[in-house]
Design a protein around this ligand. Structure first.
Ligand SMILES: *Cc1c(COP(=O)(O)O)cnc(C)c1O
Length: 431
């Protein structure tokens, strides 16, 4: 007898080409069909529940089917579902841009909307090069990114991404940009790694600063590289070096933004204001695709002209979608009303004894935390560790998706301490 689950996964494999997946893997490892979500849990068609410990790919903040976000969306749905943002405007787009400007590092008062993280990165890269062209410096068109960087999968974003498995097939399509050392890698403690990487950046800019448009970084945590964490002092040094060499700083806070690293934005911990701040993922609480690039008066002014071609003519059909902006406004309301950043800090402190249980496990190494992200490596000789662990975790009703041998927790902020303990129990049973 086939269950509803079996039917959905057979139909999905026949018709849906799934992301980030070698589809043949699903001959052995079944897809997980999801019927509904509630809080930190996803529920399949047979009623089996999975604890969503990766926030559905790092996007969910306040749980699935959150009543407050749902209510805001219902109201918006009855008012305006969408209107084009070129030549028109609407309350959700205006209110969100205003509120983001008050919350982001001071001086980022102009929001350009797009739909996904990668499209925000494309926008920041294009804006930077176009800025220098408008300012009479067309030779500034190279980008610098960190070793192990991840900025998305469209061609421009992939060109500044340093993850071989995502890049290699498309190498000929990607521009030649420079890789500088990561502050999250190498010997020594966090401050030594930070200083060494900053020295590497200084050397690079001393030679190539003239042709460099921008440095792009993931502040504090290189997510896709395996939750590699680094010290805020690197960001301060990089920001100063960029200013010194006339190079833009693009902060890709697509993953780190909205409280993930313990502050609303990771840049706050370094006291820096980038020239471009890329936001997405948690911005709508995991409800709808939306991204924004926040930038300065200086950048805005370089495009403001009688000449149409000096303007930033980039667009996406759903730019500034009212439903997505309304979800984002509901998310910001929750941050304010529940003092979420402080509540998260308290939750992370309360969970120290649970982390100690992990640290005591003989095959768990390098346990680290940044805000609401925990990560560690599991010593294992299995070549298929990530896939194996994923399957074992699902068998224990937990959704965890290791990157190589790195296991990480990036749960929705509404996770309870009991649920966190369940997560730790599952890991200890598997590892
Ligand atoms: C996820 C991510 C992106 C890409 O965002 P998409 O919405 O998947 O296109 C870019 N940069 C970082 C740091 C990310 O984590």
């Amino acid at each position: 007898m086939t269950s509803a689950n079996d039917e959905w996964l057979a139909r999905s494999r026949a018709a849906v080409w799934h992301p980030c997946t070698q589809m043949k893997v699903h001959e052995a490892l079944p897809l997980v069909p999801i019927a509904r979500g509630e809080g930190a849990w996803l529920v399949d068609f047979d009623g089996r529940r999975y604890l969503d410990a990766v926030s559905s790919w790092w996007v969910n903040l306040f749980g699935h089917a959150n009543p407050r976000i749902n209510a805001a969306l219902h109201a918006q749905l009855d008012t305006l579902e969408h209107a084009m943002l070129a030549g028109f405007t609407h309350a959700p787009a205006v209110e969100l841009a205003e509120r983001l400007a008050t919350l982001a590092p001071a001086g980022l008062g102009h929001a350009f909307y797009a739909s996904d993280g990668a499209s925000a990165v494309e926008i920041a890269l294009k804006m930077s090069v176009h800025y220098w062209r408008n300012r009479g410096q067309p030779h500034k068109r190279r980008f610098v990114h960190l070793a192990g960087s991840y900025h998305g999968e469209t061609l421009g974003a992939l060109a500044v991404t340093d993850v071989a498995i995502f890049r290699d097939a498309y190498g000929p399509l990607l521009g030649a940009h420079a890789t500088v050392p990561s502050p999250a890698a190498g010997d020594g403690d966090a401050l030594e790694r930070s200083a060494r990487a900053a020295a590497g950046l200084a050397r690079h800019l001393a030679v190539h600063g003239r042709e460099t448009a921008a440095l792009i970084v993931e502040p504090l945590v290189q997510g896709a590289a395996g939750m590699r964490m680094y010290d805020a002092s690197y960001l301060a040094a990089a920001s100063a070096l960029c200013a010194e060499h006339g190079v833009h700083l693009i902060a890709d806070e697509i993953m780190t933004g909205f409280g993930r690293t313990g502050t609303l934005f990771a840049c706050e911990q370094a006291g820096i204001r980038p020239d471009f701040l890329c936001l997405s993922k948690g911005i709508t609480g995991g409800y709808l695709p939306l991204s924004a690039v926040m930038t300065t008066d200086d950048v805005y002014a370089a495009f403001y002209d009688d000449d149409v071609a000096r303007g930033f003519l980039h667009s996406h059909s759903y730019t500034g979608n009212p439903l997505a902006c309304r979800a984002a406004l509901a998310v910001l309301d929750i941050f304010r009303d529940d003092d979420v950043v402080a509540a998260n800090r308290a939750a992370a402190a309360r969970r120290a004894p649970q982390r100690a249980r992990l640290a005591a496990h003989p095959r768990i190494a390098n346990l680290r935390r940044c805000g609401m992200i925990d990560a560690f490596e599991v010593t294992s000789a299995r070549p298929d560790f990530a896939r194996w662990f994923f399957g074992e975790a699902l068998a224990r009703n937990v959704l965890l998706r290791p990157i190589g041998n790195t296991v990480y927790f990036m749960p929705p902020y509404i996770l309870t301490d009991d649920e966190y303990a369940q997560l730790v129990d599952a890991v200890l049973a598997i590892a």
